[in-house]
Design a protein around this ligand. Structure first.
Ligand code: NAP
Length: 331
């Protein structure tokens, strides 16, 4: 007989991990399922070394540190976090949720909290003819090791948080750092832009990259034009060209699952307490959609406890509401 969990949480990004920890604080039978071999979701995959400034009491911590701390917190009550568990379908059978895992295995739960983010994602590409050829030869979309830029000349492309944060960090290590953006204004956090203004990063705006060639000495020659024109205005020579144009998602496979819920363009529509239309099913983090929702880790940290408490009330109305953790007798 398959075991029935109280709550299964799908997605071990920061929001799913914290929701799992909170559920274990409330002493229910919970597990977190993660499709990938590693936990941490987008933070681990896309920006492990970038600093995050908008998480309470953790300002300036890297993505990697944030996930390590969440993992350590989750271990406090032995929360099972099952990696390589990709949920491939979800349906409701006789008041229980049945999750199909990796296309075959079945898991059951009284309530399910979806924390699976925006789905599979891939970086927006630099659209130059020889992009494939240059990939890994100076051109990249990820910066897994910031120390590898020591002494280099680096150009970062883009004007969002990723580009500005990376330019600020790389400037501390590189010989010379450029930030190339198609507008004069950056849409990163204001404090990050202030740091950029104070740094030695040379801004090239409003510019776009028209073409890139590899020099005989292995450096990249980056030809820039004004954003709205197609004539080379200036060329710079760099060792690394780091594109930070954001990410596009390949869609959410959850949209095809066999549960009756409402989706809109931004995600899975929820009401109060992160409830979906299906009783016992909740959505938190970037996957959830309601008016005014902000796709921030901090938002998801608040949504987790709301969903967990609502989930517990749904299958056990007599289970007392949440106390305050400060009054619990925990070593
Ligand atoms: P993003 O916010 O989507 O920014 C992408 C940037 O690339 C924009 O400035 C955009 O220009 C530019 N761009 C896109 N396509 C382009 C093209 N074809 N040619 C030239 N420029 C192009 O992506 P992101 O910076 O990776 O951030 C993704 C999300 O993660 C955001 O919500 C961000 O706030 C969050 N994040 C937060 C932090 C933090 O809190 N510290 C760190 C990293 C990421 P336009 O401005 O002209 O559109």
């Amino acid at each position: 007989m398959t075991k029935t969990y109280d709550i299964l949480i799908i997605g071990a990004g920061p929001v799913g991990l914290f929701a799992g920890y909170y559920a274990s604080l409330r002493n229910v039978n919970v597990a977190v399922l993660e499709a990938l071999p590693e936990i941490g979701g987008q933070v681990t995959t896309l920006y492990p070394d970038k600093k995050i400034w908008d998480v309470p009491a953790m300002a300036g911590m890297t993505g990697r540190e944030l996930i390590e701390r969440l993992e350590a917190q989750a271990k406090r009550f032995d929360l099972p976090v099952l990696t390589n568990h990709k949920v491939t379908n979800l349906k409701k059978v006789d008041e229980e949720f049945v999750l199909e895992v990796n296309g075959e295995q079945e898991m059951r739960s009284k309530a399910v909290i979806l924390a699976s983010g925006k789905g599979a994602f891939s970086p927006r590409r630099l659209q130059v003819e020889n992009e494939e050829e240059l990939l890994g030869q100076g051109l990249s979309y990820f910066a897994p090791n910031l120390n590898s830029y020591e002494g280099h000349t680096v150009a970062v492309l883009g004007g969002g948080d990723s580009a500005v944060d990376l330019a600020n960090e790389i400037e501390k290590r590189a010989n010379k750092t450029y930030l190339i953006h198609r507008r004069d204004a950056f849409r990163a956090l204001e404090q990050s832009v202030l740091e950029l203004d104070r740094s030695g990063v040379e801004k090239k705006t409003p510019y776009k990259v028209l073409s890139t060639t590899k020099d005989a000495d292995g450096r990249l020659k980056v030809n820039l034009s004004f954003a709205k024109e197609n004539e080379v205005q200036e060329s710079i020579l760099v060792d690394d060209l780091l594109v930070q144009y954001g990410f596009k998602t390949d869609g959410q496979a959850e949209r095809d699952w066999a549960v009756d819920v409402d989706w809109d363009k931004a995600g899975l529509v929820v009401e109060d307490q992160m409830k979906t239309k299906e009783e016992g099913l909740y959505a938190i983090g970037d996957l959830s959609s309601y008016e005014g929702h902000a796709d921030l880790i901090a938002t998801g940290f608040g949504q987790g406890p709301a969903a967990v408490n609502a989930a517990i009330a749904s299958f056990d109305p007599n289970h007392a509401g949440p106390g305050h953790s400060s009054s619990l007798n925990i070593d």
